[in-house]
Write a protein that binds this ligand. Structure first.
Ligand code: NAP
Ligand code: GDD
Length: 339
């Protein structure tokens, strides 16, 4: 008999898959929502097939959410489902709001309506801060200034979570997580795009890597560490909001350099702005070019989180930092090519 029942929206995503593994290891019954798709979209959780319960649902569909919550009666709900790509949110702003903002409200209201006693975790994001000048390091008291439809939708989700906690006494937490990555990261996020390209480049499968803003700085952590923080928030005595980050920041350019170094290629740089190029210092071959097509209408330039509250209140700290993270991701992408 499982000790607790959990419901994870977005279980097929990067974080959903790691959280499912963590909760299974703690003896939970793990339920997760998946979306109908014309091709298979469960590769990250296929290895858990007989251990978890999968349910078709969508954050845009209230009745499916109500039904599931009523049926499962979860002790803990982790709302990880989202249209999570910042640049794509400029192309599908309304869908992003429906899923990321109103979707969160749908779950909170289903909890209120059914009266089920469950704890709730909201996957909030450092994108809500917008990386405005003079605000780093960002902590729980830093003013919000979202710079994308994604950030704005997530900010609504954050405040409605806080509001339901204050209005109805729900045990609801908003985890303000900075970027976190892994070999399971979606391939159109910059870290995975780079590590996959570095692996392909040294295997003569790819010539060039086209990137957008090389100057953007991110506080990159390791996804398995971050799902542990989600769980810890719901085990605390009282619900609260926490910043989760490493406290270290690096440019996209640095991530590139480190990834190619891990793959055995030392990069040099020449040119400025959209003319900047990264080259293999051994062969002089151009490896990285800037393509303005990857620029965003508004950019978040500088994220650096201060996770000291989580350290103090939850005893959480990151185990894997930048250098090791890049190493893990490049090694996994090189291994993947060998298969
Ligand atoms: P991800 O890999 O993109 O996974 C998102 C999950 O949401 C997938 O399972 C996806 O299903 C599902 N989903 C998308 N649209 C949905 C909808 N309309 N209804 C129900 N489910 C839907 O994202 P992640 O990196 O694991 O991130 C998990 C959560 O944390 C997201 O809410 C994200 O916005 C937030 N977050 C992430 C980071 C980060 O750096 N990774 C940082 C801060 C906050 P499919 O697999 O079918 O697409
Ligand atoms: N995706 C992408 N592709 N980003 C690029 C590229 C490229 O080719 N070239 C440069 N970048 C820059 C982006 O402009 C951005 O400044 C930075 O690299 C990181 O981009 P992403 O990896 O797409 O992540 P993100 O920071 O926009 O959003 C991620 O982190 C958020 C937390 O801060 C996502 O996981 C969000 O869901 C999450 O909330």
């Amino acid at each position: 008999m499982a000790s607790k029942r959990a419901l994870i929206t977005g279980i097929s995503g990067q974080d959903g898959s790691y959280l499912a593994e963590l909760l299974l290891s703690k003896g939970y019954e793990v339920n997760g929502t998946i979306r109908r798709s014309s091709s298979f979209n469960t590769s990250r959780i296929d290895h858990l097939f007989d251990k978890i319960k999968r349910h078709y649902s969508d954050l845009t569909d209230s009745s499916s959410l109500n039904r599931l919550i009523e049926k499962i009666q979860p002790n803990e709900i982790y709302n990880l489902g989202a249209q999570s790509h910042v640049k794509i949110s400029f192309d599908v702003p309304e869908y992003t709001a429906e899923t990321d903002a109103v979707g969160t409200l749908r779950i909170l209201d289903a909890i209120r309506e059914t009266g089920i006693r469950t704890k709730f975790y909201q996957a909030s994001t450092s994108e809500m801060f917008g990386g405005m000048p003079g605000t780093a390091p960002q902590n729980e008291n830093t003013p919000f200034h979202p710079r994308s439809p994604y950030g704005a939708a997530k900010l609504y989700a954050h405040w409605i979570t806080v509001n339901y906690r204050e209005s109805y006494g729900l045990f609801a937490c908003s985890g303000i997580l900075f970027n976190h990555e892994s070999p399971r990261r979606g391939e159109n996020f910059v870290t995975r795009k780079i590590t996959k390209s570095a692996a392909r480049f040294v295997n003569n499968l790819q010539d060039k890597l086209l990137l957008g803003n090389l100057d953007a700085k991110r506080d990159w952590g390791y996804a398995p560490d971050y799902v542990e923080a989600m769980w810890l928030m719901l085990q605390a005595n009282k619900p609260d909001d926490y910043v989760i980050s490493t406290g270290e920041t690096h440019t996209v350019r640095e991530f590139c350099e480190k990834a190619f170094t891990e793959a055995g290629v030392k990069l040099g740089w020449k040119g400025k702005g959209i003319e900047e190029k990264g080259y293999d210092t051994k062969t002089n071959k151009i490896v990285v070019e800037v393509n303005p097509g990857y620029f965003r209408p508004a950019e978040v330039e500088y994220l650096l989180g201060d996770p000291s509250k989580a350290g103090k209140m939850l005893g959480w700290e990151p185990k894997i930092r930048f250098a090791e993270l890049v190493k893990i991701m490049v090694a996994a992408d090189i291994d993947e090519l060998k298969k």
